[in-house]
Write a protein that binds this ligand. Sequence first.
Ligand code: IPD
Length: 283
Amino acid sequence: MSQSPNHPGRPDPDELLALALEAARRAGELLRDGRPADLGVTATKSSPIDVVTEMDVAAEKLITGFLAEHRPQDAVLGEESGDSRGRSGIRWVIDPLDGTVNYLYGLPGWAVSIAAEADGETVAGVVAVPMRGETFRAVRGGGAYRRGGIGAAAAEDWQRLRCRPSPPLSQALIGTGFNYVTEVRAGQAEVVRKLLPLVRDIRRGGAAAVDLCDLAAGRLDGFYERGLHPWDLAAGELIAREAGARSGGRPGRPAGRELSVLAGPGVFAELQPLLEEWGAWHD
Ligand code: IPD
């Protein structure tokens, strides 16, 4: 594998991207074509409504197996399999099925999300949304792109993404998501109660990775959520940032478990202080 021109010793992010694209394509096909008619829940995690299906596990096995074949020395953080150490400085951050509840109910808003980190920094990310026929990708510093989906020119053409120019918050369409833990949700409901009268409207799509790509594609003006895991965030955050979104958590902190806020710069500047004032990062 060739090395990054900017960081000698690191693999070229485009080569990591190519692996992520192929792994996401294979996992997306498995999930789309292999969904059993009688799909059920095989386990629960943080609460009884935080579910795992046999297909989450099968998709993660496919992805980790594929990556291990090509890059056996890399570390992996997967939603279903946890953390495994590596020796290369590269770590793959994988959500094999973001939007598991949508998938369980037969709703189309679910995705495969794969990011590659080099020494802790996300350098490549892919989000595949198979039921829309749409794939999003980004390499750090190289812009964000989408292929396929509604209004796409030709199925194989990659189209550069830019966030929508920021409207005032009162005209902004804001995406969000809700945690699976009841106490966290109660706090999130309170924040939505305060935000809803101040914005154009709110959307809850059910898959954070898809929301972040929709932000990148100009289909949302902003997004926030408390409690996201690295696998929900990594690829979508890079894609949104490369499309021009600002990303952060509480003021001065990066997006993460505590709070993630991503939006065009104008909306970000209005939204982040309100979320801070309302204590959107705690119960
Ligand atoms: C969930 C989705 C959802 C978000 C939750 C995530 P999962 O991921 O991204 O939109 O609100 O916080 O946990 O469980 O479907 O992989």
